[in-house]
Design a protein around this ligand. Sequence first.
Ligand code: NAD
Ligand code: MG
Length: 391
Amino acid sequence: MKAVTLLGSTGSIGVSTLNVLSLHPEKYSVYALTANRSVDVMFEQCQQFNPKIAVMLDEQAAETLANKLKGVSSNTEVLSGEQALVQVAESHDVDYVMAAIVGAAGLLPTLAAAKSGKHILLANKEALVMSGGLFMREVEANHATLLPVDSEHNAIWQCLPVGQQQQYHYDGRGVRKIVLTASGGPFRDYDIADLEHVTPEQAVAHPNWSMGQKISVDSATMMNKGLEVIEAHWLFGMASNQIEVLLHRQSIIHSMVDYIDGSMLAQMGNPDMRTPIANALAWPERIDSGVAPLNLAAAGRLDFAVADYEHFPCLALAYQALDAGGTSTAILNAANEVAVDAFLNKQLKYTGIAQVNEQVLTSLSASSGDTLQQILDDDFQARELAKALIV
Ligand code: NAD
Ligand code: MG
């Protein structure tokens, strides 16, 4: 029986994870659930999964939850605040930590899971984008196991030779490059001139995947794919010129590994995050995820095309930041979080997201990123500059 802490349980990944866990009560128990402030969803989840601890980041929300739970004689303990997130990620009672908080807010608890040698199921790509070098050093030094949940990285993980997935270095695996597939999001067929007036409602309506708001906007701009390029660099030890992005509108091939003998291995499946979640939970074994089997005859065809930087400037910015190194990727990530938030609140045009990201990335000078303090300082500066540019 493995005890699981689920950081971000009320979100899209969190709900899918609980869905998979509910199919295997004999294998997994829920130690802690955490959320920002969604009390009603958390209350339901506590009643169904009876965690030892529930954490609400927001103190007021924690109080409301505690009162509601008292009303149903629940024995779940309710905590609040950032330190409580860290506490349930590093607790000795926990085996597996699902890192599914969105954005930079997930960094500290995910880092705590790495430092305490947990089996980490990583959805929160922003943690690696912000602090890849530091994070991977903690993983290696503390013998944590890092399992990618992001569908592309989980696909690559599955296509790498068994026993070599956790070598965070490229040498010796016979890999020429890795190919991240991208659906291209809801605007892939739009003329560039028409992007200026697209709305948040249109941007979050992804053609193939159902996801949280922030990552849905990132999928439309392809900043998400850019963050995934950076994530792949750290997870698999590949240089930026060995990581390619390919448009594939059906989202059936989730990514590929190209070997030096001419073989290209792909992982396929229906676009449903329960597959990579179940894969990461059960690795190296396999468990039922609840996802329907892939019907290729019904899918009919698979299309591929080159991703064009003029249409998706955020993708080019991610490669630029990765090549610049240090805290450049943290700076880009922070600017993007502020810009996406402003777009969702109708304070910034869609095309303004790439403009803000580029201006912040090129105006600030990055530091080495060797310490957490440097990373957090540069993240803060980038947010301040992005906010100033938007106003
Ligand atoms: P979401 O917005 O649906 O859920 C986010 C969760 O984090 C919620 O439980 C929320 O309460 C919590 N949260 C938000 N802000 C917080 C804060 N400041 N402190 C503590 N908790 C906070 O997001 P999602 O789509 O589930 O994505 C979660 C992560 O997984 C993201 O990093 C995303 O990039 C990654 N991811 C998501 C998908 C997907 O299909 N949704 C796929 C791949 C990767
Ligand atoms: Mg992905």
